[in-house]
Ligand binder design. Structure first.
Ligand code: BES
Ligand code: ZN
Ligand code: ZN
Length: 465
């Protein structure tokens, strides 16, 4: 979708669909009946149009004092879906009365227009190819780049797990690196073996698609890099601890962290942020078969610590343990952050609406919280007391990949496990609840949400200053 910004008035605009936000307590517009109240979430379609516009779509933003970026995003997502349904192919958004909200409008349009219909012979509605935002001087170019990359991530996550294998995801990363001028490395099975990345290898050993680890580096700043690590399980069957029906169906989402990290470094490169950033992406398929790794077995990973496998479905923390230990030793990060669809417990804690964060670097947690409020990708901190770390100590090995009760404090246990593999601080973002949406909400589509790109990019923009 092309988005442009231009000046204009409602009287001179020529559009197939003119979208006009209205307020609950605003002045009535020339074509607005008083029954058309601007309550948040309300909308009205005027088939008669107005002047040069064939149709007008009014979207409510609530009370003037409560207008927020998030409400603007939702309103324009609604509008772009209306345009799709009406098959206008384009729309003009009238934002003259809302200075400062052009970026949020662009975000709502781009994110709301997304649909994964690659496998549909007959698509619903007609794609909206261009949008004009009518506003005095506004630059939406960064917002456009960011949202295009959110949609890129959504596509990666929605793709069949049989297509988006570790090798394919590594090839996609290589392509991104070439286009964005990033340093690219991929470690394959022989190198992983040599390095002793036995946790990543164990998780991947049951699959005919061998594991990989991708490392991308972007440098435009001074000093040590910020390192992002993303969980890349291209399908999580649970392994020998097979997932039951109702839990297994959405597990192509389990590379959502990897995709978010890739989408973020791509965005950072396109925005030319003045930072040093690296992305470390361990990739494997957690498959069930005669070669699968087994509960009860012990493996020694890159860090040298031994791990007892209590449950082969707690695989994300295993591949991350190797990736984090490798990253800390080889990249000497100034800040280490991981993002992962690590636990179903995140869904039980905050539903699909908020992402739990567990960080031993308090400043970063605060900054992430602020970035979450600004972008609408909200995060909330969970505690990691020493007592939790005790719970992952092993009996026959140094650590175990589950707490003593797999139903208790699942999200925190994941973080406790990861922390036992790093020496320095770690900020862990668990998108187990937010990477996937069972139903669409506002500008968030059904299925892959692309969560993480907007949050991390907003956070990193603050680090470049
Ligand atoms: N990938 C899952 C977590 C998950 C579940 C993400 C649902 C998104 C939606 C992860 O590998 C997993 O299976 N975790 C287990 C851990 C348990 C065995 C301690 C879980 O959450 O049940
Ligand atoms: Zn699992
Ligand atoms: Zn998983």
């Amino acid at each position: 979708m092309r988005i442009s910004v231009s000046p204009g008035t409602m009287e001179t605009i020529k559009a197939k669909l003119l979208v006009v936000p209205i307020l609950e307590d605003g002045k009535l517009l020339p074509f607005q009946k008083k029954e058309m109240v601007g309550k948040e979430g309300k909308s009205y379609l005027l088939y008669d149009g107005y002047k040069g516009s064939e149709k007008v779509f009014l979207v409510g933003l609530g009370k003037k004092k409560d207008v927020s970026s998030e409400k603007v995003r939702k309103a324009f997502a609604l509008a772009v879906r209306k345009a799709r349904e009406l098959e206008t192919g384009e729309l003009t958004a009238f934002l003259a009365g809302f200075p400062g909200h052009a970026e949020a409008a662009a975000e709502g349009l781009l994110l709301g227009a997304y649909s994964f219909d690659k496998y549909k012979s007959k698509k619903d509605g007609k794609e909206v190819k261009s949008c004009v935002i009518v506003a005095p001087k506004a630059d939406v170019s960064s917002a456009v780049k960011i949202c295009e990359n959110v949609n890129f991530v959504r596509d990666l996550v929605n793709e069949n797990a049989d297509v988006m294998t570790p090798a394919k995801l590594a090839a996609v990363a290589k392509d991104v690196a070439r286009k964005c001028g990033l340093r690219f490395r991929v470690l394959e099975k022989p190198q992983l073996k040599k390095l002793g990345m036995n946790l990543l290898l164990a998780v991947g050993q049951g699959s005919k698609c061998p594991p990989r680890m991708v490392v991308l580096e972007y440098s435009r700043g001074k000093g040590k890099p910020i390192v992002l690590v993303g969980k890349g399980i291209t399908f999580d069957s649970g392994g020998l601890n097979l997932k039951p029906s109702n839990y297994i169906e959405t597990m192509k989402q389990d590379m959502g962290g990897a995709a978010a990290v890739l989408g973020t470094i791509k965005t950072v490169a396109e925005l030319k942020l003045k930072i040093n950033l690296a992305a470390v992406i361990p990739l494997a398929e957690n498959a069930l078969g005669r070669d699968s790794y087994k509960p009860g077995d012990v493996f020694k990973g890159f860090s040298g610590k031994t791990v007892e496998i209590e449950n082969t479905d707690a695989e994300g923390r295993l591949i991350l343990a190797d990736a984090l230990a490798w990253a800390e030793k080889n990249l000497q990060p100034r800040l280490l952050v991981d993002i992962a669809t690590l636990t179903g417990a995140a869904l039980y804690t905050f539903g699909e609406l908020v992402t739990p964060v567990i960080g031993t670097d308090k400043k970063t947690v605060q900054k992430l919280f602020a970035a979450g409020e600004r972008t609408g990708e909200r995060v909330w901190e969970l505690p990691l007391y020493e007592e939790f770390k005790e719970e992952v100590k092993g009996e026959i090995a140094d650590v175990r990949n589950l707490g003593y009760n797999k139903r208790y404090a699942g999200t925190i246990m994941g973080a406790a496990f990861l922390n036992s593999f790093v020496k320095g601080p770690l900020v862990h973002i668990d998108i187990g609840g937010t990477a996937w949406s069972a139903k669409g909400r506002g500008y968030i589509p059904k299925w892959a949400t692309g969560v993480g790109v907007r949050l991390l990019t907003e956070f990193l923009r603050g680090m470049g200053k």
